[in-house]
Ligand binder design. Structure first.
Ligand SMILES: C[S@@+](CC[C@H](N)C(=O)[O-])C[C@H]1O[C@@H](n2cnc3c(N)ncnc32)[C@H](O)[C@@H]1O
Length: 239
């Protein structure tokens, strides 16, 4: 199999240059993964489907399409090895991105990836979302907040909502169990955070590698200054 991944029907059109950026990102991911813990998945096809394709699947959501059309500003909270932020930054060079993570080593990796791939529209920030979300430099300044595999929806919403301008969108990458196991909690958090939940969207990964669900919301107005609560509290006492 070559790096063109011709067998893969990407959720968004990618040119040759972008496909080369993905190939280089994959190389760096498996190389750095030998020294720092970045991902449990290293098989090339699986990385392309479970990490790259999955990150780009947000292209199916109208709220994302709108932000992309407007060249919006997005934050990826708890980006880890760069998902979904790096694939989105490759696919959407007209937008700007902030990738944040509480672990310095992962931020160092992300900075190296951005430098190597020439992703000048990405800023990688070492910090906890609860601290950043209380800082006026970040608060209320984003069109979209994204997070994948970071926390339960009602915890994530408290991380995400403070970053959003009124009318901005929060998008959580979830498993399909979200609908039965987290939706009611998310509804309760939405009321406290001035958000309106959108209908969840479940989609299939290629090659029968499972399905996933987007849980998303619109920020109706700026959140109260009480949120986010101080670092560690949202996960210990979820809304
Ligand atoms: C399981 S990893 C997921 C990484 C990536 N989003 C993905 O889908 O592969 C969770 C990441 O979130 C980060 N994280 C957890 N809570 C955080 C917080 N409150 N603020 C910033 N980063 C956080 C962790 O350091 C870790 O890198």
């Amino acid at each position: 199999m070559g790096n063109d991944m011709e067998w893969l029907a990407w959720p968004v059109a990618l040119n040759e240059f972008q496909l080369r950026q993905f190939a280089r990102y994959y190389e760096m991911l498996v190389d750095w993964n030998e020294r720092i813990n970045l991902t449990g998945i290293v098989d090339e096809d699986e990385v392309y489907i479970k990490h790259f394709y999955d990150s780009l699947a947000v292209a199916k959501l109208p709220v994302w399409q709108e932000a992309a059309r407007q060249g919006g500003r997005a934050i990826d909270i708890g980006s880890g090895a760069g998902f979904p932020g790096i694939p989105l930054a490759i696919a959407y060079p007209n937008m700007s991105f902030v990738l944040c993570d509480a672990l310095q080593k992962r931020i160092h990796f992300l900075q190296e990836v951005c430098s190597d791939l020439g992703l000048n529209h990405v800023e990688c920030v070492h910090g906890r979302s609860e601290d950043m979300g209380r800082d006026s430099a970040w608060r209320g300044t984003f069109d979209v907040a994204l997070a994948r595999a970071v926390a339960r929806a009602n915890v994530l919403m408290e991380y995400m909502a403070p970053f959003l301008r009124p009318g901005g969108a929060g998008i959580c990458y979830k498993g399909p169990s979200f609908v039965h196991e987290e939706f009611d909690d998310a509804k309760r958090a939405a009321t406290k955070l001035h958000c309106r939940l959108l209908d969840p969207l479940t989609y299939d990964l290629p090659r029968g590698l499972g399905n996933r669900t987007f849980a998303s919301f619109i920020q109706l107005q700026l959140v109260s200054k009480s949120y986010p609560r101080r670092a560690g509290v949202p996960s210990k006492q979820p809304l």
